[in-house]
Design a protein around this ligand. Sequence first.
Ligand SMILES: Nc1ncnc2c1ncn2[C@@H]1O[C@H](COP(=O)(O)OP(=O)(O)OP(=O)(O)O)[C@@H](O)[C@H]1O
Ligand SMILES: [Mg+2]
Length: 235
Amino acid sequence: MSTQQSIKIENLVKEFGKGDSLLRVIDGASFTVNKGELIALIAPSGAGKTTLLMMIGCVINPTSGTIWLGDEKVYEDKWITHNSRKIRREKIGFIFQAHYLIPFLNVIENVTLVPQTNGVSEKQAKADAMKLLEYLDIADKAYSKPSALSGGQNQRVAIARALANNPQIILADEPTAALDSARALSVIQMLKKIATEQNVAIIMVTHDERMVQRCDKIMKIENKKIVFETVDVPS
Ligand SMILES: Nc1ncnc2c1ncn2[C@@H]1O[C@H](COP(=O)(O)OP(=O)(O)OP(=O)(O)O)[C@@H](O)[C@H]1O
Ligand SMILES: [Mg+2]
């Protein structure tokens, strides 16, 4: 495995249900994402984008195939690691369609939870979190509960949380859908910066053409397989 490879998928298959209700969503996907790449994942609703991210993120079980994360083979027809939750916590930052913040923790507690679980001191985790919250223009809500924030504000907190453990891989499912265009732009600029400067591999589901133009490559799900396209930037 080359040192530049961050995600390597071979012959991945995902089926839901069985018998008459069997649905094969992904049918033999193979691809590689390198460190430092920002990839736009585009496909119609129901094509399997979220399903694919959830498998890469060790959240749902593939039916078969192989998944490498960095230099570690994590799945080969079964999970190889005993603790996929630990892999997820240490390597992966997730930004979901819905924000999934913990309702009884305030903003800064939500952002510092994973770093502290990984052994970062409370003081350091809080200082790091405040920087991220400031960058995302939401620091004034650090001590509010998610229920007191708007959808877009919660989405920004969720982005801060995903970045807080310095993940090697970021999986983002329409991270800018709930944001106005200025904030969406600043989020994509930040993701681009993180990819380039910290050599992080990012796969981002988006339908927004302006976001796609800032990515390095386009990944599509076609015929239940993965194909890549280059990004056309209008001159
Ligand atoms: N837990 C599940 N059980 C059964 N079928 C499922 C399950 N999760 C997803 N599916 C099916 O798998 C297919 C892919 O779903 P997925 O959520 O990955 O699509 P998507 O590309 O993310 O769509 P969207 O753009 O609407 O978010 C859909 O047909 C969906 O109904
Ligand atoms: Mg989805």
